[in-house]
Design a protein around this ligand. Structure first.
Ligand SMILES: [Cu+2]
Length: 148
């Protein structure tokens, strides 16, 4: 029974994995006891980053990254399940999801699980986006900004 369930969920996990992604090393954020075990990430502006979200908990979580405006919207509830935007990922119990995104502009963006009570409990982290290309602002401006 347990094996059958595992086989069923694998194709779903593959479907949900990001949109290709570049040759970036990637980062993994494990989730345990309703906390992001990695609560600080540093990424380079304008470069694709693949983030693997591994849920070690027996309950579902979500990883929403963005500006305070984005978080305010999610605090009041949006969709119950997220799998269409690279900045909004639901991770079922004991499963792993991958997302690839580009932060176009340097700055700090919080990532938060907005399931009821989880933010207050401390399910919060920060992506620090650093400027990797000094003196070439045209390229940065042209980069997609999926973080907004
Ligand atoms: Cu959570």
């Amino acid at each position: 029974m347990r094996l059958g369930l595992l086989l069923l969920v694998v194709p779903l996990a593959l479907l949900a994995s990001g949109c290709g992604g570049g040759p970036d090393g990637g980062e993994t954020i494990a989730i345990r006891y309703s906390h992001f075990m990695t609560d600080e990430l540093e990424v380079v502006a304008g470069e694709p980053i693949t983030i693997t979200l591994r849920n070690d908990d027996p309950i579902a979580h979500e990883w929403i990254v963005g500006t305070e405006d984005v978080h305010e919207i999610h605090r009041n509830g949006t969709e119950p399940y997220h799998d269409t935007r690279p900045t909004e990922v639901s991770i079922p119990a004991y499963e792993t999801r991958e997302t690839t995104l580009i932060f176009a502009e340097p700055g700090e963006y919080a990532y938060i699980c907005h399931l009821p009570g989880h933010e207050v409990y401390g399910m919060v982290g920060t992506v620090r986006v650093v400027d990797g290309r000094i003196g070439r602002p045209g390229e940065l401006a042209a980069a997609r900004n999926e973080a907004r």
